[in-house]
Design a protein around this ligand. Sequence first.
Ligand code: APR
Length: 239
Amino acid sequence: MARARKSLVVLTGAGVSADSGVQTFRGGGGLWEGHRVEDVATPLAWARDPRLVWRFYQLRRRALRSVEPNAAHRALAQLERELAARGVPFLLVTQNVDDLHDRAGSSVLHMHGELVQLRCERCGAKVRELEHLEPEEYVPCAACGHARVRPDIVWFGELPYFMDEIERALLGCTHFVSIGTSGVVYPAAGFLSLARHAGARTWVNSLEAPENLDPRDEFRAGRAIDVVPALVDELLREL
Ligand code: APR
């Protein structure tokens, strides 16, 4: 029987950006420790108290200016370049709304949206900008003149982006890597088992074992900046 053509899918979560100084969501000092998800990350919260929600995301947008990609982001960008040169299909998917993969040079699918992108709540027009960062001032829509755009973030209760493309890649991949995610928020938390059931070899990096870890996964405990560059070397030998 012919061997399946090799391909790789990598999923990242908040842990990949932790060493750049971006707060994770869960665990000591995590973003959700100080906020109730229902107050800042749902469509209902935006309808009920847009000022609170806007302020929350404006502060996070502003924080992007003071962080830089780290060795894990850079190693994944290098991996993408090397695999492209070899013609090996590769897909990087992130749950993160920061722009650190992009700035490291990766092409990445932001399944939960992006802080640099705003979307008009009325006409849907999107604008990429990190200039209007005043927490107390809304940004008007340049396309339709509506007084208020919203963050282009996928909130709880909304459908993640790019799901068809991601599922196609997962079902066809031979190698899958999960980095820095606690494996509790679906559908992303289901990607690991989907890839495993599709026959892929699976690696997981995180500080502690995530919820969705299985004994068949190769678990590499530790900080992404320490683990990912070596894992990338290993993947390049495999692929
Ligand atoms: N290196 C590697 N992993 C790390 C590091 C690090 N330096 N620091 C923390 N981690 C790991 C933690 O052990 C944990 O498993 O990263 C994970 C972070 O988990 P969460 O804070 O739950 O983040 P994430 O899984 O990305 O959250 C998923 O939840 O609230 C939503 O939409 C939000 O996209 C987010 C989703």
